[in-house]
Design a protein around this ligand. Structure first.
Ligand SMILES: Nc1ncnc2c1ncn2[C@@H]1O[C@H](COP(=O)(O)OP(=O)(O)O)[C@@H](O)[C@H]1O
Ligand SMILES: CC(C)(COP(=O)(O)O)[C@@H](O)C(=O)NCCC(=O)O
Ligand SMILES: [K+]
Length: 244
């Protein structure tokens, strides 16, 4: 069986696959033993494929954590210049987060037309791909927890409650101003993505990441694929096995 891992800055997401069947899955912070559910099945793992954007130290910790469950060495996959007609816009492709490349490739394996990929994770990334597979570039913005954390930590007099809100009207308390402000920002991001897509004749938006449902609630018209990074990673790993 194949273990697929998407290690983001906040959480590790994994799926254990038997061919195309998902046998087990898990999610959790690296420090909270996210692979605990693998204890009974570790011996059945024959391949481990990883997409990570965490630091080099965290990458080593991940490999260490995995070694408690399987002796199979993890295979790390990174951003590429090109794959099967999908062409990276970055001059220095190694600088692009692996998750962005794998999410775009997951989208590319599903839709050969143009698309936008929105990954609302620790950071929010938006990437545009034209109909011919050319990556047109993207954006990186702070994500929900990052924004709230910076407001809490970097301003002395912004005290607010934890509170999820799907309201974007002007707030009448600090808590409302912060949470409505976040939703209002997401509404603006959604509008802007729709605008960019129509300007570039992109007809499809795919969204993934821990805050995908929040961005959808803010009006983003998109297909929600929570495991898009793992889908791209799975396709790339399968192609690597096919070649060997
Ligand atoms: N249980 C959770 N723990 C942490 N973040 C969560 C959780 N549920 C939703 N989120 C949201 O998901 C975002 C992180 O998304 P995720 O896809 O896990 O990030 P990453 O891929 O960067 O690890 C956070 O901004 C947070 O608002
Ligand atoms: C932008 C990201 C932090 C998003 O990762 P995430 O928030 O999902 O953990 C990650 O893709 C990354 O570290 N990128 C490197 C810089 C770049 O893509 O240009
Ligand atoms: K991610």
């Amino acid at each position: 069986m194949r273990l697929l891992i998407d290690a983001g800055n906040t959480r590790v997401k994994w799926q254990l696959m038997d061919g195309s069947i998902r046998v087990l899955e898990g999610v959790g912070a690296l420090d909270s033993d996210p692979f605990a559910n693998l204890s009974d099945v570790g011996g059945k793992i024959s391949r481990v494929a990883v997409s990570t954007v965490a630091s080099e130290a965290r990458r080593c910790e991940l490999a260490e954590a995995l070694s408690c469950y399987t002796p199979v060495p993890p295979c790390f996959y990174w951003s590429e210049v090109e794959r099967a007609g999908l062409v990276n816009a970055y001059e220095d492709h190694e600088k692009m987060g692996a998750d962005r490349w794998h999410a775009m490739y997951g989208a590319w394996t599903r839709h050969r037309g143009g698309f936008a990929v929105v990954d609302a994770g620790s950071a929010i990334t938006i990437d545009y791909v034209g109909a011919g597979g050319k990556h047109l570039g993207g954006y990186i913005l702070p994500g929900r927890r990052m924004m709230l954390r910076s407001l809490r930590n970097d301003a002395a007099r912004i005290g607010f409650e934890d509170h999820r809100s799907d309201a974007g009207e002007p707030g009448a308390s600090t808590t409302e101003c912060v949470h409505h402000g976040l939703f209002w920002l997401w509404q603006s991001i959604a509008d802007r993505i729709h605008h960019d897509c129509s300007a570039q004749a992109i007809g499809r938006v795919l969204v993934t990441g821990g805050d995908a449902s929040g961005i959808l609630a803010a009006g983003l018209e998109a297909e929600h694929l929570p495991d898009l990074v793992l889908q791209g990673l799975a396709a790339i790993d399968a192609e690597a096995v096919g070649r060997s």
